[in-house]
Design a protein around this ligand. Sequence first.
Ligand SMILES: NC(=O)c1ccc[n+]([C@@H]2O[C@H](COP(=O)([O-])OP(=O)(O)OC[C@H]3O[C@@H](n4cnc5c(N)ncnc54)[C@H](OP(=O)(O)O)[C@@H]3O)[C@@H](O)[C@H]2O)c1
Length: 313
Amino acid sequence: MEITKLSVSNISLPTLGIGTWAWGDRLFWGYGSDYGEVEVQKAFEAAVANGATFFDTAEVYGLGESERLLGQFLKQTTQPVQIATKYFPLPWRFGKQAVADALTNSLERLGIEQVALYQVHMPFDFLMGQSNLMAALAEEVKEGRILTVGVSNYSAEQMEQAHEFLAKYDVPLAVNQVRYSLLTRQVERNGIIEKARELGVTILAYSPLAQGLLTGKYSPDRQERVTGARKLDPKFSVSGLSKIEPIISQLKKLGEKYQKTSTQVALNWLIAQGNVIPIPGAKNAKQAAENAGAMGWQLSPEDVQQLSQLSND
Ligand SMILES: NC(=O)c1ccc[n+]([C@@H]2O[C@H](COP(=O)([O-])OP(=O)(O)OC[C@H]3O[C@@H](n4cnc5c(N)ncnc54)[C@H](OP(=O)(O)O)[C@@H]3O)[C@@H](O)[C@H]2O)c1
């Protein structure tokens, strides 16, 4: 039977979530240019309709706009939806109250009283220290405003330390959200994946489509399609796009075999790693529905292995 839910600490999440960095973000993604509120609301609706009822946001996305939009959409759905948001450890946030205040503001924008998952966006601690930061988060779990605690961009060592600090309060570390895709597999080599398994920490894979590269819609002869900040990224240059052609072509082939799209194959490869939940971004209904369609089926172990080998070259 196909697994559609994953136990993450004391909660259960769909095997894929939807990332909402692009919702309200003008600087990197160009919100307000070729897509806006109407499109992202439709993305939300299409995701929920297709079983992707878990959304990842952060207080910094669109300077709060992503959380505000999600809050607005949540009011209009009767479906149960789970939200993960993030605390950004800014240098001037050094007391426990700073965590409480940031969470209060996030919950207000989201219009809810509790989040399924609250993550520390970056492993910075400045004057606060990880020990105090984890203590403040554990307190919020006891208060019931957070169901589970996560971290993001933490190394294997930092993750283990956070896990130890939280254990003092009997609070498990639920996730480490890190960059992970067929084109960015450093987490397999730097100990993060291994340590996460050992500690029972789930990996949330961000940029699982390598910011659009793995959809196959950007190619050396269609490089002009690249928009916004990605134009400055060498991976989106003609030579960058040429380099990944073998993977793009294999994704297409496998898509034909399983009657899925390249995007769905790339996301399914991540799900197949086990203990990994990809959180692809989606700017509109079509992208959200397509990404949600990466759930509910499985690549064969041989095809998973072959893709792994190809992308390691
Ligand atoms: N914790 C962190 O530090 C961190 C960092 C980055 C991201 N994140 C989280 O991870 C989420 C996803 O990462 P990401 O947005 O960087 O990258 P991504 O999911 O790899 O790529 C998202 C982009 O790919 C394109 N796309 C998505 N689905 C598509 C589809 N089905 N067909 C065609 N194009 C599609 C869209 O852009 P175009 O249509 O413009 O190509 C979309 O904005 C974010 O929303 C955020 O929640 C977290």
